[in-house]
Design a binder for this molecule. Structure first.
Ligand code: AMP
Ligand code: GLY
Length: 426
């Protein structure tokens, strides 16, 4: 099977790598891709937000499966254009991607489907906002209704800060604060049938101990030894299946990855958010542990026949991913800092260096890898258990240097599972 991955980040690198390790996959292409993917796959220039360009490339390559990685092209309807050409695509339609594209829409679907989530109000006026903040009290949770690349949510004890965030948005969702460790559950869906992957946890704050501003994710690990063994089944039953049914009822069946961000509260799992794609870096350790063909799984989902394939199998092992970010992240990022040690780190047994924001430029007549984004690289290791995987990931990460490098030292450290959940508030 020929595959084409759309996107440029760590998620797309990890997906392309997983596809390349599926014996039924003969070719991996990526567009635009990144230098890490370029080491083992063919890269193509396209505007990932332009459905016609993506569909033309897929047709020219004779792709059997297109995987659209990021949310922006999905919300823009890129998967619809590819699907309309008769090419199998893993990724929801623009209508179904509204589950991520609009917080208000996802809350409406959850309410209609009876999915357990934080109570919430959608507000457009200062009076509505004041009433909602009064209703729930502190800690306040205020979310921009629009797609905001991870920057749209404020959780604060300070009412003035909550009000200031809302004032900068056209429409906000104010919701009840959920206390408990956060879990990422990726559900591969074909519109009707669901195959959940193994749960993972993402460390979202920039500094050790869960301090500082939210980021796109500074590290992750899987499995979660402290979580209930039947968590994935429970979330499919209580969250994913009812959501898929509601989306079908609305004429927008969800085909792709439904990323369920959960808080494990005292009252049980509650949905914090839906995303319409795999999460990064949380999916990286999950993909490292899959022991069944990823291409076959995603193709079956794209073709609406997930019920005919075996559920994914996972290695009896653990995986940890440590993100290396550039100076200034998450407020800004630094470009052009020369990176060294990637080859050495990649050479460590059971380690993959995943590229998230890198570029190749010519320095003194030679191609040189440099930083090109906030999250630059992710060092992912597999080990016997989490402590082993963690030790390998950090040993490999120690080999990589660039000016301004930032990384957390406590990814997947004790106490597992409650680090971020206990410190949502600064
Ligand atoms: P989101 O973009 O919805 O994932 O929100 C970003 C982060 O804000 C989440 O990962 C949580 O840490 C936090 N958050 C969002 N909603 C809530 C909530 N209702 N209660 C507590 N924390 C929340
Ligand atoms: N790691 C969080 C996300 O992908 O949204």
């Amino acid at each position: 099977m020929k595959t084409l991955v759309i996107g440029t980040g760590g998620r797309e690198h990890a997906l392309a790598l997983a596809l390349s390790r599926d014996p039924s996959v003969s070719e991996v292409h990526a567009a635009p891709g990144n230098p890490g993917i370029g080491a083992f796959a063919a890269l193509h220039e396209v505007d990932p937000l332009d459905g016609e360009q993506v569909a033309d490339l897929a047709a020219r390559l004779g792709a059997d499966l297109v995987v659209v990685g990021p949310e922006a092209p999905l919300v823009a309807g890129v998967a619809d254009v590819v699907r309309a050409r008769g090419i199998a695509v893993f990724g929801p339609s623009g209508a179904a991607a509204r589950l991520e594209g609009s917080k208000a829409f996802s809350k409406e679907v959850m309410a209609a489907a009876g999915v357990p989530t934080a109570r919430s109000f959608t507000c457009t006026t200062p009076d509505q906002l004041a009433a909602a903040l009064d209703e729930f009290g502190a800690p306040y949770v205020v979310k921009d209704d629009a797609l905001a690349a991870g920057k749209g949510v404020v959780v604060t004890l300070d009412r003035a800060e909550a009000e200031a965030h809302a004032a900068g948005c056209e429409r906000v969702v104010v919701e009840e604060f959920l206390a408990g460790p956060e879990v990422s559950l990726f559900a591969v869906c074909d519109g009707t049938t669901t195959r959940p992957l193994q749960p993972a946890q993402d460390f979202k704050r920039i500094f050790d101990g869960g301090r500082g501003p939210n980021t796109g994710g500074m590290g992750s690990y899987s499995p979660l030894p402290w979580a209930p063994a039947d968590l994935a089944e429970q979330v499919v039953r209580e969250v994913v299946d009812p959501t898929l049914a509601e989306m079908r009822r609305r004429g927008a069946p969800f085909v792709g990855c439904l990323y369920v961000g959960l808080a494990l509260t005292a009252a049980g799992p509650r949905v914090i958010e839906f995303n319409c794609r795999f999460g990064d870096p949380d999916v990286q350790p999950v993909l490292a542990l899959i022991d069944s063909p990823v291409g076959e799984l995603l193709l079956a989902a794209a073709e609406g026949r997930l019920d005919a394939v075996e559920p994914p199998r996972f290695k009896d092992a653990a995986s940890v991913t440590v993100v290396l970010a550039s100076r200034g992240y998450p407020e800004s990022s630094s470009k052009g800092d020369v990176i060294t040690g990637v080859g050495a780190a990649n050479g460590v047994a059971d380690v993959d260096v995943i590229h998230a924001g890198t570029a190749l430029t010519e320095v003194d007549g030679e191609q040189q890898l440099v930083t090109a984004g906030g999250r630059v690289l992710a060092v992912r290791a597999v080990g016997y258990d989490i402590a082993d995987a963690r030790a390998r990931a950090y040993a490999a990460a120690d080999l990589i240097t660039f000016d301004g490098l930032q990384r957390r030292t406590d990814i997947a450290a004790e106490p597992l599972g409650v680090v971020e959940g206990a410190s949502l508030l600064d």
